[in-house]
Design a protein around this ligand. Structure first.
Ligand code: NCD
Ligand code: ZN
Ligand code: ZN
Length: 348
């Protein structure tokens, strides 16, 4: 196949940041994607509906002329989040989901939830009104090995929560293990998982072999090869419970390339090229559309986009920039470590 036309994709997990970084990165998403679920882990985080409304306006203001893009807003769950505010945010159409960051699990998560009990009133309300909870599914217990944190989260936090509140819709964000894939597949309902571009491409060797490579470091950290293969199988399967959430997470290079580098990989620039490559390699190009354009919206109760994009296989490798320049500083672009041939040639 040399060319494929699919419904315009959506990114169901995206970090756009704020200010100069927002201005520097937004076009890399809005040029190709119609909608994205916007993560609320700003400093300070997007906690109330009023915060989300103001942030949404800043995003729309930063959009380049001619780009049509809809930010789908989320609230950052805290132990003090008001159930009424969350409900108002949903009924006014502003809020698509609420995000759970276990305190200390990832970038800007120190204000997250320490004691799940304290979040129960909000979670019960969300179950009642049908508002999905997106989770960064890792425990933060220091004794638990970082490579086991997703599996332990499923067992000790997620499964008990789902048994207690079976009506709550939960998105397991950026699934990185076969444990996560199996858990989602075994669920009777109300559970789905987003998968990132990079976790379909790298395993943990990318971070550690031949020297420390900070631009492959993200959370949850990439795991062993068998886990990457399980994620690939889930993504290409067409199973509606798996969909794209890039987790594209820009940090300026000085904050990645230092003694204690930030977690996050910036994939917005070449995500569709990478994904077409992966799906072609798996002989599953005809299921790319389900993964990037159909399954995610269906899970969130949205209509799929009406307009289309076309990807075409170029004879020569496409040269993507190694980094983009933003007003906040340079941001390194994800390098899949193989040549990319698929190019988005027509955006709408
Ligand atoms: N994925 C990451 O490694 N980083 C994200 C946070 C997150 O999604 O966990 C970020 O905000 O930088
Ligand atoms: Zn996360
Ligand atoms: Zn993220």
């Amino acid at each position: 196949m040399q060319s494929i036309t699919i419904r315009r994709p959506d990114d169901l997990h995206l970090h756009l940041r704020d200010g100069a970084m927002l201005e520097g990165v937004i076009a890399d998403t809005s040029r190709t994607f119609a909608r994205a679920i916007i993560m609320p882990n700003l400093v300070p985080p997007v906690v109330t509906s009023a915060d989300a409304k103001a942030y949404r306006e800043r995003i729309l203001k930063a959009l380049p002329d001619g780009h049509r893009f809809q930010p789908l807003m989320t609230l950052y769950l805290t132990e003090h989040t008001s159930p009424d505010d969350v409900e108002e945010g949903k009924s006014s159409g502003l809020i698509t989901a609420v995000k759970l960051y276990p305190a200390g699990a990832t970038t800007n998560s120190h204000g997250g939830v320490r004691d799940m009990e304290k979040a129960m009133p909000v979670l019960e309300r969300m179950a009642k009104i049908g508002l999905p909870l997106c989770v960064h599914g890792e425990v933060t217990t220091p004794e638990v090995d970082i490579f086991d944190r997703e599996a332990v989260f499923i067992e000790t936090v997620l499964d008990p929560l789902r048994q207690r509140l079976p009506e709550l819709k939960v998105t397991m964000e950026h699934v990185t293990t076969s444990d996560g894939v199996d858990y989602i597949k075994a669920a009777k309902g109300n559970l789905a998982g987003s998968i990132t571009t990079h976790h379909l491409i790298i395993n943990r060797n990318a971070i550690l072999v031949g020297g420390i490579r900070p631009h492959y470091y993200c959370l949850p950290v990439a795991k062993r090869e068998n886990h990457r293969l399980a994620l690939r199988a889930a993504a290409i399967s067409g199973d509606p419970r798996f969909f794209l959430g890039t987790d594209s997470a820009p940090h300026v290079d000085p904050l990645k390339e230092c003694g204690c580098g930030c977690a996050g990989i910036y994939t917005s620039v070449n995500t569709m090229s990478c994904l077409a490559h992966v799906f072609e390699e798996e002989g599953a190009l005809e299921r790319l559309e389900a993964f990037v354009s159909l399954n995610g919206p269906a899970w969130y109760g949205l209509q799929p986009n009406e307009d289309r994009i076309t990807l075409s296989r170029q004879p020569d490798p496409i040269i993507f920039p190694a980094k983009i320049e933003t007003g906040a500083g340079p941001v390194t672009v994800f390098d899949p470590m193989f040549p990319l041939y698929w190019q988005v040639v027509q955006q709408a």
